[in-house]
Write a protein that binds this ligand. Sequence first.
Ligand code: F0G
Length: 351
Amino acid sequence: THQWRGIIEEYRDRLPVTAETPVVTLREGGTPLVPARVLSERTGCEVHLKVEGANPTGSFKDRGMTMAITHAKEQGAQAVICASTGNTSASAAAYAVRAGMVCAVLVPQGKIALGKMGQALVYGARILQVDGNFDDCLTLARGLSEKYPVALVNSVNPYRIEGQKTASFEVVDALGDAPDIHVLPVGNAGNITAYWRGYQEYAETGDASRTPRMFGFQASGSAPIVRGEPVKDPHTIATAIRIGNPASWEFAERARDESRGLIDEVTDRQILSAYRLLASQEGVFVEPASAASVAGLLKAAEQGLVDPGQRIVCTVTGNGLKDPDWAVAGAPQPVTVPVDADAAAERLGMA
Ligand code: F0G
């Protein structure tokens, strides 16, 4: 009776469902909000991590997907489609299984992490690798959904945003009020749109006394919002956010402006440094794109843009196991020892 029931049941009165809606869930949400001691020390603030990698398929997409696939099911859809840099496709594929639907996914060829490809495959999705980037995949997916009987479950689907806004509810429910600042990585810009909506709704109903400033960070090689124009050939090691023309661009700018926040960029080097810090200092293993939020916070703090003593939440969006190459790359190879305690102790520096 104490099990978390998934975001639709937990926040039913704030979501577009009725008593008859056939809820498709893997009991997503209810993710940990973890105090980050080292980041707090570095910034002079009270920093928390919203660990979205703890969702059923390992990313925040599950919050949106339970809503989008539930709605598709309610409408009688038999197939769903998405474009993806990997996490959306993994999530769509899993929820389609629960709903008894066919799932088609379009991914940029050679540019999605192995763990995510493995998920789409094992959940039984129909995968097409597209000779193009994410933006091309999304154009193709939109076109297919207009011409054929298949529901689009990218974040341009409003039900995705509805589901994802629940992360803000959870943050406020855990902290007792909205934080001063909320920090997110930005790719297609659906998630920053969703968080902002969630915070605004809680403030409107008096469940929070205020809204936070929204800070979003793009990877430098894929930073169209920062540049003020689409990026034709986006690049970054953070493949999840390798996006040159975000679908929710205007909503992201609105979240930034209405909250007196900012949208800035972080380099791949800054992303990887935050990625290693999170794992080795905070014990939280995330995928590179997720570390963009933390890299951004550290950058903003260094620039003096963050007043000390503020309460800050960084969302870390995906599990590190999705893309383990970056954990192994550059790390020393473990040494091999015989089955001998003294030899092992010597190698461990204990002898
Ligand atoms: N972090 C991760 C791990 C992601 O997978 C994504 C987006 C983002 C951040 C950015 O979120 O797009 O709402 O601004 N991944 C999408 C996908 C594009 O296809 O999985 P956003």
